[in-house]
Design a protein around this ligand. Structure first.
Ligand SMILES: [Zn+2]
Length: 180
């Protein structure tokens, strides 16, 4: 864990330098969008296992624009731990959380059932590392990306309708907050 943290600044620097180095080639391949292409290539080397597939097209555009800005101008890495999930996958996660926590009510503090999860809708993104999440919390609004839960620093949602009210945890609705 400690070793991982010490390596983080090195990864940041290497990934950013890689993006800069690839920019001229990216310019040939995608004229006018060189920065984004170069950042995408560099990030895919740093996070080879991640996939943006299945994200809502608008959410994907917003997320790519945000992570390009983070890397190119601020030298911050934003990796995608979990984006789109199938309803079946979300159902398994939900069932596992019920088993782990002992009740549906407790499970909902961390994992929502498929019909409520924005991961299934393709508009939620779990990111890493913490520094990248902090950057996104600060700058994400420009791309309609917001942190929505107090207990999940990694979970962001694409909300083009504007900044949502921050909730203590999943499974509590804004209306319920008003009544409380
Ligand atoms: Zn999430």
């Amino acid at each position: 864990m400690h070793e991982e943290r010490r390596r983080d600044p090195v990864y940041r620097t290497i990934t950013r330098m890689t993006a800069f180095a690839l920019a001229p080639v990216a310019c040939l391949v995608t004229p006018g969008r060189a920065r984004q292409t170069a950042c995408r290539w560099a990030l895919s080397l740093r996070f080879p296992a991640e996939t943006l597939d299945g994200l809502h097209p608008d959410a994907r555009v917003a997320f790519e624009a945000a992570r390009t800005r983070a890397l190119w101008w601020h030298g911050e890495l934003i990796g995608l731990t979990s984006g789109y999930r199938t309803a079946a996958r979300q159902a398994v996660l939900y069932a596992e959380e019920i088993h782990r926590s002992g009740s549906a009510e407790a499970a909902r503090r961390w994992v929502l059932p498929p019909h409520e999860s924005r991961h299934v809708a393709g508009t939620a993104m779990d990111v890493r590392p913490t520094e990248g999440a902090r950057w996104l919390e600060e700058h994400g609004a420009r791309h309609d990306l917001y942190r929505v839960y107090d207990n999940e620093w990694w979970h962001f949602e694409y909300r083009p309708e504007g900044r949502p009210r921050r909730l203590p945890h999943p499974g509590v609705s804004g209306a319920a907050m008003d009544q409380a």
